[in-house]
Design a protein around this ligand. Structure first.
Ligand code: PMP
Length: 400
């Protein structure tokens, strides 16, 4: 009965790793997937995560019962505080409902399904380009996806004028997906002044902001600095949605731990919204897993562990920033044609190199370097040891 099923294409991002794994070359390099690697090219479990896990293991009173539909209450509270700030009026006024979801992706999906059921406008505007999964997540959630201009290939920076024009002509009430910081795949973020202009436009048109916060702390190394755009919107008293992921900033990728917060106008509305979120979640996966959320809660509630986390997080962010500098310096020293200053200007895990699909294919074939076809490289996958190999490959790709 399944003989007619045709083979689906590999996921454009995760498929890069599939191809990488099949390559027997000893010099192969995976710059596709957005996961942090150490200078030795190894995955990293944060010390603070190991400590928290040890505490959890040692606590024999812990059981494996189901969590409630909305997840671990303490985790939810601490997650809202992390993104909105400890002194957030919205939290103090109980206007925020937070539900634990399956990492960033699950938070986006639950938020999308809630909006499709209970919000009057079905169109969501996503930046062009954006993380490849956004379109599929929101379409399957029942929303209609449109794009707004974001990236300017000529300047390799923000197309701010285009962004304002496109959001300015969006229908009143439309949903707008915003990357809270460290835009994926471009590494290009608005300045705080530009964020303020975006906020004014969004509020004046009664658009609904939906923040995707997958990299808090990863952009600048500071959790508070990276949360500024979200806090700017929360401070004006208006509504917004926030999808948080702990995949990158706590290195909890496979634990699938994240949160969806919806900032409402009143506590009463927030509590009714939460009751409906439960109806979205219950038939989808019933309730979320307990382990990852317990790790996060253990770290966020304890001052010492929290401080230790911020230090380890900053070290990851700093290593990425240093990789940017090293790659830029190497390309300049090599005399590779082109202006590569965007490598050090862009923010977060990725550099949008400007290399085209043909050049990417060349680098994969000749140099065993794996990356997405849009020319995005994960700076976290690079090390001092591999910078020369990547430099050779880029040089050859742009001059051959
Ligand atoms: N949003 C963006 C912009 C991302 O880059 C990612 C991870 N690549 C996610 C959401 C979701 O990640 P996860 O589901 O692993 O938290």
């Amino acid at each position: 009965v399944f003989a007619h099923v045709v083979r689906a294409p590999e996921d454009p991002i995760l498929g890069v790793t599939v191809a990488y794994n099949k390559d027997p070359s000893p010099v192969k390099l995976n710059l596709g997937v957005g996961a942090y690697r150490t200078e030795e090219g190894k995955p990293l479990v944060l010390n603070v995560v190991r400590k928290a896990e040890q505490q959890l293991v040692n606590d024999v009173s812990r059981v494996k019962e189901y969590l409630p539909i909305v997840g671990l209450a303490e985790f939810n509270k601490l997650s809202a505080k992390l993104i909105l700030g400890a002194d957030s009026p919205a939290i103090q006024e109980n206007r925020v409902t937070t539900v634990q979801c399956l990492s960033g992706t699950g938070s986006l999906r639950v938020g999308g399904e809630f909006l499709a059921r209970h919000y009057h406008e079905r169109t969501i505007y996503i930046p062009l380009p954006t993380w490849g999964n956004h379109t599929k997540v929101f379409t399957l959630a029942g929303l209609s996806v449109k794009t707004y201009r974001y990236y300017d290939p000529a300047s390799r920076g923000l197309n701010f004028q285009g962004l304002l024009e496109d959001l300015g002509s969006a229908p009143s009430g439309a949903i707008v997906l915003l990357h809270a910081c460290a835009h994926n795949p471009t590494g290009v973020d608005p300045t705080l002044e530009q964020w303020e202009q975006i906020r004014q436009l969004i509020r004046s048109k009664a658009l609904l902001p939906f923040f995707d916060s997958a990299y808090q702390g990863f952009a600048s190394g500071s959790l508070d600095a990276d949360a500024q755009p979200v806090r700017l919107f929360a401070a004006d008293g208006g509504e917004c949605l926030i999808a948080q992921s702990y995949a990158k900033n706590m290195g909890l990728y496979g634990e699938r731990v994240g949160a969806l917060s919806i900032v409402c106008k009143t506590a009463d509305v927030a509590s009714r919204v939460e009751s409906q979120l439960k109806l979205v979640i219950r038939p989808m996966y019933s309730n979320p897993p307990i382990h990852g959320a317990s790790i996060v809660a253990t770290i966020l509630r304890d001052r010492d562990l929290y401080n230790e986390w911020t230090i380890e997080l900053k070290a990851m962010a700093d290593r990425i920033i240093s990789m940017r500098q090293q790659l830029f310096d190497a390309l300049r020293a090599r005399g590779t044609p082109g202006d590569w200053s965007h490598i050090i200007k862009q923010i977060g895990m990725f550099t949008f190199t400007g290399l085209n699909a043909e050049q990417v294919a060349f680098m994969t074939k000749e140099y065993h370097i794996y990356m997405t076809f849009d020319g995005r490289i994960s700076m976290a996958g690079l090390s001092s040891r591999t910078v020369p190999h990547l430099t050779d490959a880029i040089h050859a790709a742009v001059t051959h």
